[in-house]
Design a protein around this ligand. Structure first.
Ligand code: ARG
Ligand code: GLU
Length: 723
């Protein structure tokens, strides 16, 4: 008996432990919900060292980087660390044939060399308040979704305007737990953020698409920026007179690395997760939505790759586009694999069966939740065909760029119809600037081939009511040949070439608008959009509102029914903390992945002249000399490591911190088998991937010899400062 009790205890603690690493937690609730467990897992600092509004805390060193990534302050002069792929736009914008910073890297050896980036910003979180009661005041369960939303909107306006803040601060409110909770954020946004350093792509994006979402990984995915402030240290628009920002807090950098089992946490701005879905929603992702999107992107990538391999110019033009398409494409494949392998649907069904059982036993739940699961199932079944049409539309329409150009030009028509000549002229100016940018990375032949391939899928794989009637006519007139239809369109349209667009724009406003509306690419793009919104788009809005309402109720219901569990809200691009131990994983039978990678592995993958696996000679030389300085361990240079932190897109650039809150790495990816953590976190195969901070320092110090940067940092080892 005693033995069984003991076994049970072990089992329960294993169970509790296995849940331990799941979750993207709200920093202001760590003390209540997580501190005890974090300490048990090895953390040596306290929750108030991570988030506090009365004293400086780690949160004061974390920023949302441009709204799409995370960055952290690593010196008392506002130096920021983020990923290479987060800083890529800035690096690309400053690059030219003469100064190819993408290929060669960029380093500012003094502050005068740092480069301004228009539009880039860094946002600090000053305070987070629970405003649920105020936002939901007067909201009742008998309201329709529309009534509810308008009551909330009215309350929100009041909450925002009465929030306590300084004039240079901003405030926004976000819904959490599917709309059961609301938190207010007071923020400070700095808009003078300058580029300080970036390694060459052959280090910062080593392995490119082949290695993306994969472990073992050997990428030095980092870049550095600096926040500038006005003389008063407050946010200020760009000015040459601005000064380096003096932060409330900057991170100490640990040279000690990590070993298996060590506590780690990642602090940043995860974008979007869906952890509380009904099983039928997961089924739909696995069987319908992901496969549809993957298939369309497979076709698109095949087309683009075919051109990139043959043509050097297209290879450069389409590199970023290809990487973007490929990134989600690869992630979805990992997601399907992971959801299938971990029986996510079955497990969710078990949870639902338990839910049902408890609801039936308790009259008070019985009343409110008895039909919930059935309704959810029905709602997801109802939306399925429309959601499929949405996937087809959102994956195909934007990929065929001539449609995008048609929409750019359509803005002129709209502006003219609404605001006459003046409106038209401003719109024309704007459209020309945007189009000039877009055409730099455009090739009409590639686009025509994409049109041919994707429109075939558009027709073949969809029911008739979702397909543009105009396109069906065009196809019939071309003898049912997609190639012929494509060639007809691209010879007739004026939109697939910048100079013919400019010629078209030369006439009077009226003439131009008539010419735009007479163009076959305009009529087709309009018809495709109209067909989508009348056959699916409008219906989706309605059905999604029902699903949102049901998922909101279901969220509350899960919290009511399974009271022993601690809940974290789905990611919504707000500041979160996730924590987990460093560990290896076993992706499949007989294969076990170690948790550390080294420079030896970088060299093993080296393929001279290759697009993805080439290396700078200087790095190879440093390797041969084993010139790693204080950043190496036992003659080897650590590069990347993995841990069980629950992260997602937006966590790129987030700091990985050790038990003392010191910086040990930089988050940049997840392992392929574990990308389903957005829907169903599984501690056995979900791992985040981080660059070891010592690799970052090695590159800055030994490779770039940017001693000025190293001199700014606060390095520590075994609890003591290192100079
Ligand atoms: N998979 C990472 C993320 O989702 C890295 C993407 C950038 N790297 C690349 N090879 N495309 O953003
Ligand atoms: N690379 C991702 C990003 O840009 C992070 C990886 C992930 O999705 O976990 O945010």
């Amino acid at each position: 008996m005693k033995k069984y009790a003991l076994l049970l205890l072990v089992f329960l603690s294993v169970l509790a432990k296995s849940f331990a690493e799941e979750g993207m937690w709200l920093p202001q609730l760590l003390q209540t919900l997580n501190e005890k467990q974090m300490k048990k897992m090895g953390m040596r600092i306290s929750a108030s060292d991570i988030y506090s509004i009365s004293k400086g805390s780690l949160k004061d060193a974390i920023v949302s980087f441009g709204g799409f990534c995370t960055a952290e302050v690593i010196s008392d002069q506002g130096l920021l660390l983020t990923n290479h792929h987060c800083g890529f736009d800035a690096i690309q914008n400053h690059s030219s044939i003469q100064n190819n910073y993408i290929r060669d890297g960029f380093w500012a050896y003094n502050k005068d060399q740092e480069l301004r980036n228009e539009g880039l910003f860094a946002t600090f979180i000053i305070r987070i308040d629970d405003v649920t009661a105020d936002v939901l005041k007067g909201v009742t369960n008998s309201m329709t979704e529309k009534e509810r939303q308008s009551a909330i909107d009215k309350n929100l306006a009041g909450v925002r305007s009465s929030a306590k803040k300084e004039s240079y601060q901003d405030v926004f409110v976000r819904a959490f737990f599917e709309g059961n909770k609301y938190y207010l954020f007071v923020t400070e946004t700095y808009r003078d953020v300058r580029l300080v350093g970036a390694p060459p792509s052959s280090i910062g994006n080593y392995g490119k698409d082949t290695d993306n979402w994969m472990w073992p990984r050997h990428t030095g995915d980092f870049s550095m920026f600096r926040i500038y402030a006005g003389k008063d240290n407050k946010p200020a628009a760009y000015s040459p007179n601005n000064v380096p920002y003096k932060p409330k807090r900057s991170l100490n950098i640990s040279l000690d690395g990590v070993k298996e089992g060590d506590f780690t946490m990642v602090f940043g701005f995860p974008g979007r997760t869906n952890e509380y879905l009904h099983s039928s929603a997961i089924e739909q992702i696995v069987n319908v939505s992901d496969p549809a999107k993957i298939a369309i992107r497979t076709r698109a990538l095949q087309v683009i790759d075919g051109f990139m391999r043959k043509d050097e110019e297209i290879k450069i033009q389409y590199a970023a586009k290809y990487a973007g398409i490929s990134n989600a494409w690869k992630k979805w494949q990992g997601e399907v694999l992971g959801l299938t392998k971990t029986n996510a649907v079955e497990k969710r069904k078990e949870l639902e069966a338990n839910f049902e059982k408890i609801v039936l036993q308790k009259p008070e739940f019985n009343l409110v939740y008895i039909n919930l699961l059935k309704d959810l199932k029905q709602a997801y079944a109802a939306i399925e065909p429309y959601a499929y049409a949405r996937d087809y539309f959102t994956e195909i329409f934007p990929r065929i760029e001539v449609f995008g150009f048609a929409n750019q030009l359509n803005a002129l028509v709209n502006a003219y119809e609404k605001n006459g000549e003046t409106g038209y002229n401003t719109a024309k100016e704007k459209a020309l600037t945007t189009l000039a940018e877009l055409f730099k990375e455009y090739n009409a032949q590639v686009d025509q081939k994409l049109f041919e391939g994707l429109m075939e899928m558009y027709v073949t794989n969809q029911k008739e009511q979702y397909v543009s009637p105009l396109f069906r006519d065009m196809l019939k007139n071309a003898g049912n040949s997609y190639a012929q239809t494509a060639s007809d369109l691209y010879t007739r349209t004026k939109f697939s070439n910048l100079s013919s667009i400019k010629t078209l724009l030369a006439g009077s406003a009226k003439e131009v608008c008539d010419a735009i509306k007479a163009d076959p690419a305009w009529t087709l793009s309009q018809d495709i959009q109209k067909t989508y919104s009348s056959s699916a788009g409008s219906k989706i809005g309605e059905l999604q509102a029902t699903i949102n309402q049901l998922q909101r109720t279901y969220m509350q219901a899960q919290m009511d029914v399974f009271t022993q569990k601690a809940y974290y809200p789905d990611a919504n691009s707000t500041l979160r903390v996730t924590y987990g131990n460093v560990k290896p994983y076993q992706p499949r039978d007989a294969v076990k992945f170690d948790f550390y990678s080294y420079l030896d592995g970088v060299i093993e993958k080296y393929k001279p002249g290759d697009y993805e696996f080439d290396l700078p000679q200087k790095l190879i030389d440093l390797y041969k000399k084993k010139d790693f300085g204080r950043y190496g361990v036992n003659g080897r240079q650590p590069v990347c490591f993995i841990a069980a932190n629950h992260t997602t897109g937006g966590n790129s650039g987030s700091p990985a911190l050790n038990a003392d809150g010191n910086l040990i790495g930089l988050n940049f990816d997840r392992v392929w088998e574990g990308t389903m953590s957005d829907i169903n976190y599984d501690p056995t195969i979900c791992r985040n991937i981080m660059v070891d901070i010592r690799y970052v320092l090695f590159i800055v110090d030994k490779y770039a010899e940017a001693k000025n940067i190293i001199a700014e940092l606060k390095l520590v080892s075994k609890g003591k400062p290192v100079k």
